[in-house]
Design a protein around this ligand. Structure first.
Ligand SMILES: Nc1ncnc2c1ncn2[C@@H]1O[C@H](COP(=O)(O)OP(=O)(O)OP(=O)(O)O)[C@@H](O)[C@H]1O
Ligand SMILES: [Mg+2]
Length: 493
């Protein structure tokens, strides 16, 4: 279990104590473990000129994974694992290639500015009786970094920072991204591998608008020092609004692919109360996009201001209605103020960059407090398909940059409101014998139909408006007698 070199390196006294400590960690019950460990450490510090730092895999009560541990694993995997004798193939990148890291109880050395350090991967198994509500407890691992005390300043102030930075860079290029969703039963995140193909290149949108969003995102990721200087959490809020099928969800995937971020899809209706919301949000990792879709439907996010208005009208409500509303309120106690407090406050303490994206089909339904600048930094309208957006879709779906029918199609997009989802549907060949021309002709027909429908609707609305105006202009006695005659006829029938 322990390499023989350890004795040579630390001296037989220290080696013996280390073996004893490993045995203590492995076999003694936890109450005794810490007591004996304390004495062993005291003895070791008398003889040993070395300093040790531990980096556990999980931290906190809810066993949140430790980002430092992951960064160290990445750093060691790239830089020194080749020297390790026992390796572990512990993750698979893009389901294609194996990634090796050092195995449990394996030790490797590294050198930094002339100082030698040792990394050791330790594992502690939980007592066999330890079972949580999520199943049996897994063994927990930790890296220990050992170095001579004369190098303390160099290692703590420079080397560890260097390892974490390099480890994080490796992580961002290597890692498999994840799509998390909140589990309503246990109020925890479940994840799958995130593999959505949408990119800004395939997103149908005006080129200038697209460029502006990409620049905004890039600028955000480079402003760590700026956010620290102004004392604000390193986060940016986007509000995507527009009719269904205009690409709001597609845009979120394109953002995640562009930034190489994880996605947390937060279903607010499955969150029981503000405490649970707080915990879920604290558990999100840095470099992530938190998505709350259809915010207007998720909750009564109009919040307390609206509630007050409702209270005024309480006398008019029946007792049954009042009771139903009370029960409804109790079942989901997540409030607008809870959400806003979190957005404004909690993340400042979490560190790392986060993007929060809200989507809605109805901008006018949201409380202005929720969408004011500072909370939602950027409002992006996703609208009906323009000619320019159509050209992107034609490139995606039909692999063409131009076609003689473009001349007919060009002006049609200004006159018919069709969503990119509907345009895409028309561009998709329905059978093998549908070629490019057939697809474009189908689209022309569909656009004409939309235009006709809109024209008919506008005419009907104009007629109804004119009728109403005519009625309003007629004398009061005439309107009354008409109404009276109508009700008389009804009674007779
Ligand atoms: N702007 C777009 N660019 C590329 N594809 C798009 C765009 N808009 C819609 N689509 C296509 O239409 C489908 C539906 O779009 P999406 O789910 O992104 O719309 P949405 O705005 O999120 O709608 P909803 O409001 O109903 O959630 C997508 O799978 C995509 O194929
Ligand atoms: Mg959507």
């Amino acid at each position: 279990m322990f390499p023989a070199e350890m004795f040579a390196h630390y001296g037989s006294m220290i080696g013996g104590l280390m073996v004893l400590r490993a045995m203590v960690q492995q076999y003694l019950p936890s109450q005794l473990r810490s007591l004996v460990d304390r004495y062993i450490n005291k003895w070791m510090s008398l003889f040993d000129p070395h300093v040790q730092i531990s980096f556990p895999e999980f931290t906190g009560q809810r066993m949140k994974s430790n980002e430092a541990y992951t960064a160290i694993r990445n750093y060691l995997t790239k830089n020194v694992t080749s020297a390790a004798k026992r390796l572990k193939a512990d993750s698979v990148k893009d389901s294609r290639s194996l990634v090796f890291s050092m195995d449990d109880y394996e030790e490797v050395t590294d050198e930094y500015k002339g100082a030698k350090v040792r990394w050791f991967l330790n594992k502690v198994s939980p007592p066999s009786s330890s079972v949580t509500m999520y199943g049996p407890t897994e063994p927990s691992r930790f890296y220990t970094l050992t170095f001579h005390r004369k190098n303390r300043k160099l290692i703590t102030e420079s080397y560890i920072g260097h390892v974490l930075t390099e480890g994080n860079v490796i992580a961002s290029t290597n890692r498999q991204r994840k799509l998390y969703t909140n589990d309503p039963l246990y109020s925890m995140w479940n994840h799958v591998v995130f593999e959505h193909p949408a990119t800004f290149e395939t997103l149908a949108m005006d080129a200038d608008k697209k460029k502006e969003i990409m620049n905004d995102l890039t600028k955000f990721t480079q402003r760590k020092e700026y956010y620290a200087k102004i004392g604000k959490a390193w986060k940016r809020g986007y509000l995507l609004y527009g009719p269904p099928g205009t690409g709001k969800s597609t845009m979120i995937s394109a953002m995640a692919n562009f930034l190489n971020y994880d996605v947390y899809d937060l279903e607010l209706t499955a969150v029981k109360n503000n405490t649970e919301l707080r915990r879920l949000l604290i558990e999100t990792s840095s470099k992530s996009i938190i998505v709350i879709e259809d915010i207007d439907c998720s909750l009564d996010l109009t919040g307390q201001r609206k509630e007050k208005d409702d209270d005024n009208g309480d006398e008019d409500k029946s007792p049954v209605k009042k009771l139903t509303e009370k029960v409804k309120k109790k079942s989901s106690e997540v409030t607008l103020s809870g959400l806003l407090n979190f957005i404004d406050g909690i993340w400042s303490a979490c560190g790392g960059e986060r993007i929060i994206v809200f989507t809605t089909n109805h901008l006018d339904k949201l409380d202005p407090a929720l969408i004011r600048r500072g909370r939602m930094d950027k409002h992006i309208e996703m609208s009906y398909c323009s000619y320019e957006a159509f050209k992107v879709l034609a490139r995606n779906y039909l692999n063409i940059d131009h076609h003689p029918l473009y001349e007919t199609l060009g002006p049609m997009f200004d006159k018919a409101n069709m969503t990119p989802a509907d345009v895409a549907e028309n561009l998709m060949p329905k059978s093998d014998d549908e070629d490019v021309e057939v697809c474009l002709k189908n689209l022309i027909q569909a656009l004409e139909a939309v235009k006709e429908k809109a024209k008919k609707k506008a005419e009907e609305e104009a007629q109804a408006k004119a009728k109403k105006e005519r009625q309003e202009k007629s004398p009061k006695w005439w309107r009354k007698s008409k109404k009276w005659a109508g009700s008389l006829l009804k009674k007779r029938r």
